[in-house]
Design a protein around this ligand. Structure first.
Ligand code: G6P
Ligand code: MN
Length: 436
């Protein structure tokens, strides 16, 4: 097996141990070197301590490099996992709290918070791609950076031929909680899902043992019993509890949970805590755990109280990498240019659909049906607002940004769109492009 050199960009994330362990445990990939890259040196140092500890504990034969130098990180690599969060959790907190203050949905990737993040993320991600492209132009980029439809769109406009795979683990999250609740095994499923990222629907779930589409049965079960939220983090427990409401209104297909922010925006705002949002939960949870764990290892290098394992988030992206390296042609939900995959949707948009992944890259599975008008209408408005935001980024256009904000389906009128846009310009400072 070829020994591979891999980088993780945005390695200071609380998700990194789960990805690294997934990578090292994968038996059809052989890793020589992992380079942990982050511009936040302190967080990267903490992660480095944890990763080195885990490598030693489980006796993996791999070199770990901790760096904030792009040349050291990206020169001569085979793969890079990109998961950056421009502005960090502090800015996510503002993305969530500023819209909420004005009575709008405050969320990481949806609504105006998602747009605030998107303008930072486009700038940060294109900067990162420039480095990767300079030091390893042929390497594969496996991207988790959000908001993913917009990141995919901005990258394809600037680098149409880049070796990049944009993936999101949300469909896996939906499938996992359904399996946990009702005792199914996802390994037996051939799922068909379509939409935009964080904005789509399952059309069918074929079970290879049952030899039939079990989607109607799953919908019926959720409608009757709801999902099992025991052991889920507080915000996610709420999301999965709300999931049933989406189905009560629209029982014909299984939606992405993120649609609740658009279809039930008012209720979401009412149910939100304006002072303590998901970003606060993460700073007090996942990020604090990283800091505390690194400190524990610094204090006692032989401690055996370090609770990290490979995560399903990590396994998903590593499985995709393995399908490329080993030309396995496995099937995943990937975010790709439409180009006729969904026939009754404009071609020049980015969609999330099942794709086969092999050494050549990603091959989308075309839909052999037209998507219904309800889904199409929702998607078209979303796509137009996201495209306007990408235009605003490239053209430094305040006007286009205002149009994007106004068209967002969590926003009731232009007046509040403008108020929130102006407040975000202030809050984001140099993280955003100049809008004139
Ligand atoms: C899912 C989504 C990601 C999103 C994450 C948020 O995994 O697919 O795109 O970033 O949830 O989770 P968090 O724990 O950060 O709120
Ligand atoms: Mn996602």
């Amino acid at each position: 097996m070829k020994k591979l050199k891999v980088a993780i960009a945005g390695a200071g994330s609380g998700h990194t141990p789960g990805i690294v362990l997934a990578l090292l445990k994968k038996d059809d990939i052989s890793i020589d070197e992992i380079r942990l890259y982050d511009i936040d040196r302190e967080r990267n140092e903490d992660i480095g301590i944890i990763i080195n500890y885990l490598v030693k504990k489980y006796r993996y034969d791999v070199t770990i490099v901790v760096t904030s130098d792009p040349k050291v990180a990206f020169e001569d690599i085979d793969f890079v996992f990109t998961q950056i969060r421009a502005g960090g959790m502090k800015m996510r907190e503002l993305d969530e709290k500023i819209p909420l203050k004005h009575g709008l949905v405050g969320q990481e990737t949806c609504g105006l918070g998602g747009f605030s993040y998107a303008l930072r993320s486009m700038k940060g991600f294109l900067g990162l791609i420039e480095y990767i492209h300079k030091y390893s132009p042929k390497c594969w980029i496996l991207n988790y950076t959000n908001p993913e439809t917009i990141i995919t769109e901005v990258v394809r406009r600037k680098y149409p031929d880049l070796n990049i795979v944009n993936a999101c683990d949300m469909t896996i999250g939906i499938e996992d909680i359904i399996c946990k609740t009702f005792g199914y095994n996802r390994k037996n499923w051939i799922s068909f899902y379509y939409g935009l990222n964080h904005f789509g629907w399952y059309k069918s779930i074929y079970d290879i043992e049952e030899k039939r589409d079990i989607l109607p049965e799953i919908i019926e079960k959720i409608l009757k019993n709801g999902l099992d939220v025991e052991g889920e983090e507080k915000s996610w427990a709420k999301t999965w509890t709300n999931y049933r409401r989406l189905l009560e209104y629209f029982p014909d297909s299984l939606p992405n949970n993120y649609l609740e922010y658009y279809l039930f925006s008012e209720q979401i705002v009412e149910e939100s805590n304006k002072e303590y949002t998901r970003a606060n939960e993460i700073m007090d949870g996942r990020l604090k755990k990283i800091k505390d764990t690194a400190d524990k290892i610094r204090h006692d290098p032989d401690t055996d109280e370090v609770g990290y394992d490979s995560s399903s988030h990590g396994n998903y992206i590593v499985d995709i990498a393995s399908s490329i390296i080993n030309n396995k042609n496995e099937r995943f939900m990937i975010i790709v240019p439409n180009n006729g995959t969904i026939k009754n949707l404009r071609e020049d948009v980015v969609v999330e659909v099942p794709c086969h992944v092999n050494a050549k890259g990603v091959e989308p599975v075309s839909l052999d049906f037209n998507i219904p008008d309800f889904h199409k209408g929702l998607m078209e408005a979303q796509v137009a607002s996201e495209k306007l935001l990408v235009d605003a980024y490239f053209e430094n256009s305040y006007q286009k940004a205002l149009e994007a904000f106004t068209l967002n389906q969590t926003v009731p009128n232009a007046k509040v769109a403008k108020i929130v846009l102006d407040e975000f310009i202030e809050a984001n400072g140099d993280f955003w492009p100049d809008l004139k």
